[in-house]
Design a protein around this ligand. Sequence first.
Ligand code: AMP
Length: 214
Amino acid sequence: MRLVLLGPPNAGKGTQADKIVKQFDIPHISTGDLLRKHVAEGTLLGQRAQGYMDRGDLVPDDLIIDMVQDTLENIDIEKGFLFDGYPRNPFQAEALDDFLLERDLGLDRVLYLHTDQELLIRRAVGRRTCPVCRTVYNIFSFPPKEEGICDKDGAVLIQRPDDREETVRNRLKVFEEQTAPLVEFYEVAGLLLRLDGSGSPDEVFDIILKELGE
Ligand code: AMP
């Protein structure tokens, strides 16, 4: 199964991606995760990307496309793949098309996860993560017992820099301006599945499986 997961920030792409790759036993290629790893490791790419990420802007296409090519050369995509957060604009979509065409492959489906904008903002602004055990809380919908402290190990919870409200609003604007045109691009190509991402993770996953005919 060759899939792309498309959607605004905080539509739940990461959560659904984890479930989808488990179900279909395919590699998960998240450009956001790859970039965060580069930033954490302090590579040259990480240093170049960090400012864009902290502001919520897109990292330049040449950096992203090189990073994706490198990744694809080192993983087995015979069974398929799930791209999560890539492509993010028409230029990247063309690059992906070219890559697939060269290998005589095509996409099976593009899953477009959409929800109400205010819900997206609450999900992001309220998110707090434990730096030790990675448990993710939300101060509105899943708060820790003691404010700012992880229930499991007592560590002080942190907020991702790109979850601050002004950054979240910028990321949504960037999505509307640069990524949303891909919805039509893939609709015209007959690949798009529109999915309501406002339910619980399990509810959304059930919808995805049904739409994929599982
Ligand atoms: P994500 O976790 O997918 O929301 O990505 C976090 C940040 O990484 C984004 O706000 C961008 O700054 C950057 N990023 C991730 N994927 C891409 C991409 N395909 N193109 C450009 N920038 C990206």
